[in-house]
Design a binder for this molecule. Structure first.
Ligand code: APR
Ligand code: PHB
Length: 397
């Protein structure tokens, strides 16, 4: 079957879904093609920290109802090392901004519900998605669904298909410059049915490796430990994970880690990745299709939201005013923030993880850094303003 739309979107992650919603608010038609089924997309456990700016955008565009009811506002985080915790007062140090705890898959569910209720077109289980004519004014997407071939002709294509998607690879060789750094560790993450042992997130530096205590709700905890990047999850029965978490999060006072049934577990590699530019012809890349940040800064989702906000503004200007200025500037308007966030995520990662070679010098530098951030207001303020999200960073000047 052949159909037409204004913007063809590949991927129903946060990037593709939010883009489709923002365009819809301006009566711009889009079609989303998603390789997976709806349940998979809605249940995939990812990060859960939303910057103030992300929350503001979701609320201003009608996506904040459940977020405001169920999201948990946090005004600080804890850095824990050498058996002691040190609070970084995020809101006090950043002019009153804060972060919200709300799982990425909850954001995804909210946008899917809203799009479908408004008649939005999301084609799940679309196989063999292929892009053509991206350097023409009529690019097209083809795909296979329910044993039938389909084609969608578009004005523009948004590649929102994540790190492993097809859109980036459909750009001719030689156009993109790729920056890639793989960290020598991964994170083993668990979701557990247990009341969090902390009110605020704890980032722990420990000689056995990094640990993070996060949460999702008063009944659900989310925790991570640093492991080798090629670690086999079968080496980590639940008891061993809890034991390791208890060791790495231990303090000199009587703090104890509450344990409970593990609902989900998995290992994620840590990498930094950026392509420049984030566009070619009529194809625009957004979110993980264009960049990945290590999870230590809690920025992946927030960066994706920033991209699609800029892309929606640019497409709206093209349809409303016939101006291609913002489309031409799309990549530049995004990359300023992308690199700021890469730097912050790298800073957090290098400060908090154990490196195999760090038997001396590196470990001393990490401790010096941690002590500085926990004792100097200037250093803490820098961490805080980055963590809650720099409000206007990346604006085109
Ligand atoms: N065809 C159609 N859909 C595809 C294809 C393909 N060939 N390849 C991938 N997809 C889909 C994936 O199944 C996924 O649902 O694209 C979607 C991409 O979603 P995400 O990976 O969540 O990426 P994005 O929307 O950019 O969100 C970025 O996700 O990975 C986290 O930490 C990251 O929070 C950040 C956020
Ligand atoms: C999470 O809650 O999943 C989380 C929190 C903070 C991070 C990364 C992930 O830095």
């Amino acid at each position: 079957m052949n159909t037409k739309t204004q913007v063809g979107i590949i991927g129903a992650g946060p990037s593709g879904l939010l883009l489709s919603h923002l365009l819809h608010l301006e009566n711009i038609d889009s079609v989303i093609l998603e390789a997976r089924d709806r349940q998979y997309v809605e249940e995939r456990v990812r990060a859960g920290v939303l910057e103030q700016g992300t929350v503001d955008l979701l609320c201003e565009t009608g996506l904040g109802e459940r977020l405001q009811r169920e999201g948990i506002v946090h005004h600080g985080i804890e850095l824990r090392f050498d058996g002691h915790g040190h609070r970084i007062a995020l809101s006090d140090l950043s002019g009153g901004r804060s972060i919200w705890i709300y799982g990425q898959q909850e954001v995804v569910k909210d946008i899917i519900d809203t799009r479908l209720a408004a008649g939005g077109k999301i084609h799940f289980e679309a196989d063999n998605v292929n892009l053509s004519g991206i350097d023409s004014t009529q690019p097209a997407l083809t795909y296979r669904k329910d044993n039938q071939d389909h084609a969608v002709t578009c004005d523009f294509i948004a590649g929102c298909d994540g790190f492993h998607g097809v859109s980036r690879d459909s750009i001719p060789a030689g156009v993109l410059r790729t920056y890639h750094h793989v960290y020598p560790f991964g994170w083993l993450g668990i979701l557990a049915a247990v009341e969090p042992s902390t009110e605020e997130l704890i980032y722990a530096y420990h000689e056995r490796g990094f640990a993070l205590h996060s949460l999702r709700s008063p009944e659900i905890s989310r925790l991570y430990i640093q492991v080798d990047p090629d670690e086999d999850i079968s080496n980590w029965p639940d008891d061993r994970i809890w034991e390791e978490l208890s060791l790495r999060l231990a303090t000199e006072d009587d703090w104890t880690l509450k344990t409970g049934p593990v609902l989900e577990k998995g290992i994620t590699p840590m990498r930094s990745f950026v392509v420049e530019p984030m566009q070619y012809g009529r194809l625009y890349l957004a979110g993980d299709a264009a960049h990945i940040v290590p999870a230590t800064g809690a920025k992946g989702l927030n960066l994706a939201v920033h991209d699609v906000h800029k892309l929606a503004e640019a497409l709206i200007a093209w349809y409303r005013e016939g101006s291609d200025k913002l489309l031409e500037q799309y990549s530049d308007r995004c990359l300023g923030r992308v690199w700021r966030v890469q730097d912050f995520s790298s800073f957090m990662s290098l400060m908090l993880h154990r490196f195999s070679e760090d038997d001396g010098f590196k470990g001393r530098l990490q401790r010096a850094q941690l002590k500085y951030v926990c004792s100097s207001e200037a250093a803490a303020r820098s961490l805080a303003e980055n963590y809650v999200g720099l409000p206007h960073y990346g604006k085109y000047t």
